[in-house]
Design a protein. Structure first.
Length: 417
């Protein structure tokens, strides 16, 4: 009897499970995602195009691109120091896959270059002078312009000139691979305000400054002296800059501080004998002050032939110095031609002040501020008729002067290149 009950119980359980299963089958829903896609064949196509020789290059075998578009061939002969040959060529990514630089190789006579002969100039870079480096991106449907420069150095000693003809085989190769997460865009010049100092210095050194304009500004952290603003004060180098004895302080790529950085004396001695060259302020600017600049900028600052006016003491002559950092004079600011400064004919007005219309009769644009307040600031020339004074700019912008041992505003300038 007990066995029959067990069998019945088992049978009921089975029937119950079947009923439950039938219930789920009746209440059913189908969910579907239907789509279609097409996979195009990716293309890998990086090659050379568009060779252009720079005007001024010596005659040479015109650079030619081979049929595979992977090799550029050229041949050049130099006979006189100073001759050069330069051309550009485009690295083009005409494919659909982003590429990046993997390996860069420069060889001389089959050996990787570590040093060049003293008489040889040679560099392959991007057109703006930026070095080509691993991981540099070459995006699909884009290009990068390469520049090849080879030359016979001009400023060399007779001992550096080879005594017999030299045959030099120069080869540059760059390997592109499919890009990955390490790919980075080359740091090409874009704007003075946002570019790194290294990018700016390299661009100026390679005369690739079309994106930088006179009057453009950039903030700079001077450490304990605070944050200040630099301005492009000059870009041009007219013929007068090549005149013997001409001050280079307003020639080339000149940066000046927009405001007054600090208040200091020119000299603790009550005299202007020796002019700018003998001042404590010059020593300070070219040492302690210089060291406060960011290293990338400091390393790019150019030595500048600086001419300053002299005072009335017997035997005084123009102050001639080679400076990294210097003060301006009033000719460079307001095109001054008066008698207070004896160095007027040895310099020129900076592009910024010229384009701003600053003159001795319209001097307002020469005024500068210290901590937001108009303040008198120093120039580098000794006062021509007063032997204890140096020239300066009044808070109104006009020319002025002050005793060497009294405090005045410091707003220096310098060149990079």
């Amino acid at each position: 009897m007990r066995n029959k009950k067990r069998q019945l119980n088992y049978l009921l359980v089975i029937i119950l499970l079947l009923v439950i299963s039938i219930g789920y089958a009746v209440l059913s829903t189908n969910l579907n995602i239907v789509g279609s896609g097409t996979i195009n064949n990716p293309t890998w196509n990086i090659h050379w195009e568009n060779v252009q020789v720079k005007t001024g290059s010596v005659s040479a075998t015109t650079p030619t691109i081979d049929t595979a578009k992977t090799t550029v061939n050229y041949s050049v002969t130099f006979t006189i120091p100073g001759e050069y040959f330069e051309f550009t060529v485009d690295a083009v990514n005409a494919g659909t896959i982003d590429g990046m630089v993997s390996v860069v190789s420069n060889k001389l006579n089959g050996t990787e270059i570590t040093t060049l002969p003293n008489y040889l100039e040679y560099k392959v870079s991007y057109e703006d002078g930026i070095d080509i480096a691993p991981n540099h991106l070459l995006a699909a449907n884009s290009s990068e312009k390469y520049k090849v420069h080879v030359g016979y150095k001009k400023d060399i000693s007779s001992t550096d000139i080879p005594s017999s003809p030299q045959t030099l085989n120069l080869s540059f190769s760059v390997t592109y691979v499919q890009s990955d997460s390490n790919a980075v865009k080359p740091s090409h010049p874009e704007s003075f305000e946002t570019d790194s100092w290294q990018t700016i210095v390299t661009a100026v050194q390679n005369n690739y400054t079309s994106v930088y304009n006179v009057g453009d500004t950039k903030t700079i952290d001077m450490g304990t002296l605070g944050t200040h603003t630099l301005r492009i004060a000059n870009k041009s180098t007219p013929a007068e800059c090549f005149t013997t004895g001409f001050s280079q302080t307003a020639c080339g790529f000149v940066l000046e501080f927009v405001d007054i950085i600090e208040s200091k004396i020119v000299s603790s001695v009550a005299t202007n004998i020796g002019g700018w060259s003998a001042t404590e302020l010059r020593t300070y600017l070219n040492s302690t002050f210089l060291d406060r600049l960011p290293l990338e900028l400091k390393n790019g600052i150019k030595d500048t032939y600086t001419v300053g006016g002299y005072g009335p003491a017997e035997g005084e002559t123009l102050s001639i110095t080679i400076d990294k950092i210097y003060l301006l004079n009033y000719k460079e600011v307001a095109n001054y031609t008066g008698s207070i400064d004896t160095s007027n004919s040895y310099t020129r007005q900076l592009d910024f002040y010229s384009s701003s219309g600053v003159t001795t009769s319209n001097p307002e644009g020469a005024g500068k501020k210290y901590n937001g307040t108009d303040m008198w600031w120093w120039l580098r020339s000794a006062h021509a008729t007063k032997n204890v004074m140096f020239t300066g700019v009044a808070s109104s912008g006009g020319i002025s002067s002050g005793y060497s041992y009294t405090a005045g505003g410091v707003s220096p300038a310098f060149r990079i290149g």
